[in-house]
Ligand binder design. Structure first.
Ligand code: NAD
Ligand code: TYD
Length: 355
């Protein structure tokens, strides 16, 4: 029996990962540590909460005593670390929360892993792995050309979010170089799919189209993102966790670049069709608003290393992924209603009022 500590497992990507791990590996004990911030939601995991090989722990990755007790209590063999503050716009409003969770939280987790696995010397690191889930945003921004981020691209983060993730990546590598901690890092492009908190572009816009609310396009809508269906990211994490080379970094991306405004037009077309509205009904909801401060122009990932070494490729065509995603949000009105009540309403008013 292996014990795997997943952090942030009640969030968007984490909940998809936990579901796969719990169902695919009945011989693993999956411990999900999550603080349940506004972005974490246990409803995302209803279908696995009764499984024998699954344990949920509500807690903060910055609580060092809790971490030490968890490593010992569950004899943790591996960590897959996703817990983070993850939204760029929030990082502009409150950078300190990002430094605390993303940098300090990662450092506490690393230190607790080193202490527990290394208690009787470096042999204790054998067969163990600290897997850090990171983002392509650490590499900065590309021009509108045909260049890509590779694993060799120099870090150049611009937002407090990407700066905090870059810093956490550096700490993970430092623990490998200094203490010999077995680590892997992956840097992935923008994910989309079910259970994503509706502050991010795709779920926010689907929800607004449904409710006939303005679609706030930052700047001219010309920024480019490389979109990957969340199940493909989870498949990559599973593969890298089991087959990746220790100490390595793997880029994960869909070779699927979209200018925001073109993506928004596809979303409108798909949602109008599924809502039984005439084509073009929701076009007039597009509203150009003040650009995000320091808005990165373009992200594009070269994931050939992952493809060549481990045989991973994205499985889904984008249009198919968008169809599925729109359908899920339209069918899961109750989930959307619940996660967008309370604190979210205040955030939305502050973020978009007078923008
Ligand atoms: P999310 O915001 O949906 O979920 C984050 C989860 O972490 C939530 O469940 C939250 O409750 C939990 N959390 C936050 N602070 C915590 C703390 N101090 N202690 C314990 N738990 C805490 O994020 P996501 O989109 O699922 O992203 C997961 C990871 O993947 C992040 O590390 C993010 O940087 C990375 N990533 C995300 C994307 C993307 O497009 N969403 C792309 C590449 C990488
Ligand atoms: P987002 O989903 O926040 O992801 P990230 O900033 O991490 O890439 O945003 C995706 C793109 O959509 C980004 O270029 C910003 C833009 N955007 C808007 O134009 N309007 C919005 O209301 C939001 C949330 C994002």
């Amino acid at each position: 029996m292996k014990s795997i500590l997943v952090t942030g497992g009640a969030g968007f990507i984490g909940s998809h990962l936990v579901r796969v791990l719990v169902n695919k590996y009945p011989n693993y004990n999956i411990i999900n540590l999550d603080k349940l911030t506004y972005a974490g939601n246990l409803e995302n995991l209803r279908d696995v909460e009764e499984k024998e090989n699954y344990t949920f722990v509500k807690g903060d990755i910055c609580d060092f005593q809790l971490l030490e007790s968890l490593y010992t209590k569950y004899s943790i063999d591996g960590v897959i670390h996703l817990a983070a503050e993850s939204h760029v716009d929030r990082s502009i409003k409150d950078p300190f929360a990002f430094a605390q969770t993303n940098v300090m939280g990662t450092l506490y987790l690393l230190q607790a892993a080193k202490n527990y696995w290394g208690a009787n010397g470096k042999e204790g690191f054998q067969g163990k792995l600290f897997y850090h889930v990171s983002t392509d945003e650490v590499y900065g921004s590309l021009e509108l050309d045909n260049t890509f981020f590779t694993e060799q691209t120099t870090y150049d983060p611009h937002s407090p979010y990407s700066a905090s993730k870059a810093s956490s990546d550096h700490f993970v590598r430092a623990y490998s170089d200094t203490f010999g901690l077995p680590i892997i890092i992956s840097n992935c492009s923008n994910n989309y799919g079910s259970y994503q908190f509706p502050e991010k572009l795709i779920p926010l816009f689907i929800n607004n189209i449904k409710n006939n609310k303005p679609l706030p396009v930052y700047g001219k809508g010309e920024n480019v993102r490389d979109w990957l269906f969340v199940d493909d990211h989870v498949r990559a994490i599973d593969l890298i966790f089991h087959k990746g080379r220790k100490g390595e970094t793997y880029n994960i991306g869909g070779f699927n670049e979209w200018k925001n405004i073109d993506l928004i037009k596809i979303l409108i077309k798909t949602a109008d069709k599924q809502l039984g509205r005439a084509p073009g009904t929701s076009d007039s909801l597009i509203t150009y608003v003040t650009d995000r401060a320091g808005h990165d122009l373009r992200y594009a990932i070269d994931s050939s290393k992952l493809h060549n070494e481990l045989g991973w490729s994205p499985s889904l065509q984008f249009e198919e992924g968008i169809e599925k995603t729109v359908k899920w949000y339209l069918e899961n009105e109750e989930w959307l209603k619940r996660v967008t009540s309370g604190e979210y309403k205040k955030y939305y008013t502050e973020m978009y009022h007078n923008r």
